[in-house]
Design a protein around this ligand. Structure first.
Ligand SMILES: Cc1cc2nc3c(=O)[nH]c(=O)nc-3n(C[C@H](O)[C@H](O)[C@H](O)COP(=O)(O)OP(=O)(O)OC[C@H]3O[C@@H](n4cnc5c(N)ncnc54)[C@H](O)[C@@H]3O)c2cc1C
Length: 474
């Protein structure tokens, strides 16, 4: 286990090296500390002042950097990690490219599609399951994907009933604000209780929602209902957002964006404080270096906001979002190389199970790669427990090796993908999308449309933040 909560048995090393990251960013003086060794910096090595500082080199920060660069602005990107990508993290297992964070996209995610086209990147379709293992009255039972899909469609039509009205325009979540008061306060657990679901129906619904929510008590009904409506308002369309994979992995667009931006990307530069003084922002990095610019874009996960010092202090609405968090409290992605079966079987378990969702990936000569999302009940640092959890769903399977990433333990995410908590939509949006003084906020967590769990939302938010920053920088 590393400090990033990255558990590997046996360890497989990612191929993205610091060198490739710097190369990808197209920078000449990107190494941490290369911008200025100590003290205070208002300017880059060429002596010209920065027009903007972007904190975070994930998709939101990358979009901001490129869009400001296109306006001729000089941009410094400060990234805490030794790599770009944030909650996008490529790796390898069994010689295969894997995604430890975000990896899929799907129909209706037009901004991602536009970026793929811009950079001439192709996509591949993910593996289709040929069988589905689902909870039954006496343990797990097999279904055809068509049979399970029809039942899930029907169960979720009831679960999200009314969302076609309260999210009449899912890209403008507050369009029917008056209809949201009675639903936005509900957690997923509240909705399950409201429907009085029992037995197998309960297990199918609560298992499915808990995977996406990282816990049915913390995730809001309107958070998931908005995704459901964005996808087209049926459960099979909702699942189709996990249907396609960009060529070269999800990181490939971001590498090109940063290269195009012309920004200076300083890795290993965790920001600790943002102070506004004399009409400029002073951005402090761990170790004491301070960078200055007329505007700063904070493009970190919302769960990171509470780790920073702000002067003046953040107004209540941002402080509330920072305290409550938006990243889901449990998000472990587990990649498995399995022998004993090569069947493209998919499995979903009830809430509380060690593995909640198992998805078939590439077939190998002697088995298959699977990807799983686990619940808090599984200790992924324990290979015996991982093997037992897989056999609980696929008795014929033998785990040869695996790699897990626990995002809630990651020091620069402090949570998984974003999903609003009950009440956050009405209490905090759109306020937390607005600049505070000379600080602009960006991130998939605070997008209007595909918020939280989607690169699409990070792009949307990045475009908005770039407009706001350009206006503030004058
Ligand atoms: C397990 C998992 C699976 C997912 N699956 C999908 C998927 O299949 N498809 C999809 O579209 N999306 C998926 N997502 C969501 C997607 O990854 C995110 O929505 C998106 O990457 C968010 O981008 P962002 O730029 O807003 O934030 P991030 O990617 O988190 O980027 C923020 C950056 O800020 C940096 N940072 C944090 N604190 C500081 C600091 N103090 N100083 C400097 N830098 C700092 C971080 O290191 C990071 O690089 C998934 C996420 C997870 C965790």
């Amino acid at each position: 286990m590393t400090e990033n909560g990255d558990s590997t048995a046996p360890r497989a090393h990612g191929r993205v090296t610091r060198r490739t990251v710097l190369k990808a960013a197209g920078a000449t003086a990107l190494a941490a500390g290369a911008v200025t060794a100590t003290g205070s910096s208002a300017a880059a090595a060429d002596g010209k002042p920065y027009d903007a500082i972007v904190v975070g080199a994930g998709y939101a920060g990358g979009t901001v950097a490129r869009e400001l660069g296109a306006r001729g602005m000089k941009v410094l990107v400060l990234e805490a990690r030794g790599r770009i990508g944030g909650r996008i993290e490529p790796g390898t297992l069994a010689g295969q490219h894997i995604e430890l964070g975000g990896g899929w996209f799907g129909p209706g995610q037009d901004l991602v599609a536009r970026e793929l086209k811009r950079y001439s990147l192709t996509t591949t379709e993910d593996v289709h399951a040929t069988r589905m293992v689902m909870p039954g009255p006496n343990g797990y039972a097999s279904h055809s994907p068509q049979e399970a899909g029809a039942r899930l469609n029907s169960l979720f039509a009831d679960f999200y009933a009314g969302s076609e009205q309260y999210f009449e325009r899912p890209y403008e979540p507050l369009h029917r604000k008056e209809l949201l008061a009675s639903v936005d306060r509900l957690s997923l657990a509240d909705r399950i209780a409201q429907l009085q679901l029992t037995g197998v129906d309960h297990d199918w619904v609560s298992g499915a929602t808990s995977v996406f929510a990282g816990g049915n008590r913390t995730g809001s009904l309107t958070g998931l209902a908005q995704w459901y409506q964005l996808a087209g308002g049926t459960y099979d369309k909702f699942l189709s957002v996990m249907s396609e994979l960009p060529e070269g992995g999800m990181i490939s667009i971001l590498e090109r964006m940063l290269r195009e931006s012309g920004a200076t990307v300083s890795l290993n530069s965790p920001v600790t404080a943002i102070r506004e003084r004399g009409g400029r922002t002073h951005v402090e990095v761990r170790g004491g270096r301070v960078h200055q610019a007329p505007v700063v874009v904070l493009a970190t996960p919302v769960n990171m906001w509470s780790t920073l010092t702000f002067e003046p202090g953040l107004p209540q609405v941002y402080a509330d979002a920072a305290r409550e968090g938006l990243g889901v409290p449990h998000a472990t992605k587990l990649w498995l190389r399995v022998r004993g079966t090569s069947e493209a079987v998919s499995a979903q378990a009830p809430e509380g199970a060690p593995i909640l969702l198992l998805i078939p990936q590439k077939q190998l000569p002697d088995g298959r790669v699977f990807v799983a999302f686990t619940g808090p009940a599984l200790d992924v640092s324990d290979p015996q427990a991982v093997r037992a959890a897989v056999r609980g769903l696929l008795p014929e399977a033998w785990v040869v090796e695996y790699r897990a990433k626990e995002w809630h333990k990651d020091p620069y995410a402090r949570g998984g993908w974003g999903l609003r908590r009950p009440g956050q939509l009405l209490r905090q949006l759109p306020d937390i999308q607005q600049p505070f003084g000379r600080i602009v906020f960006a991130g998939g967590d605070i997008a209007s449309g595909w918020n939280g769990a989607f690169v699409e939302g990070a792009l949307e938010s990045g475009f908005r933040a770039a407009e706001q920053a350009a206006t503030l920088a004058g």
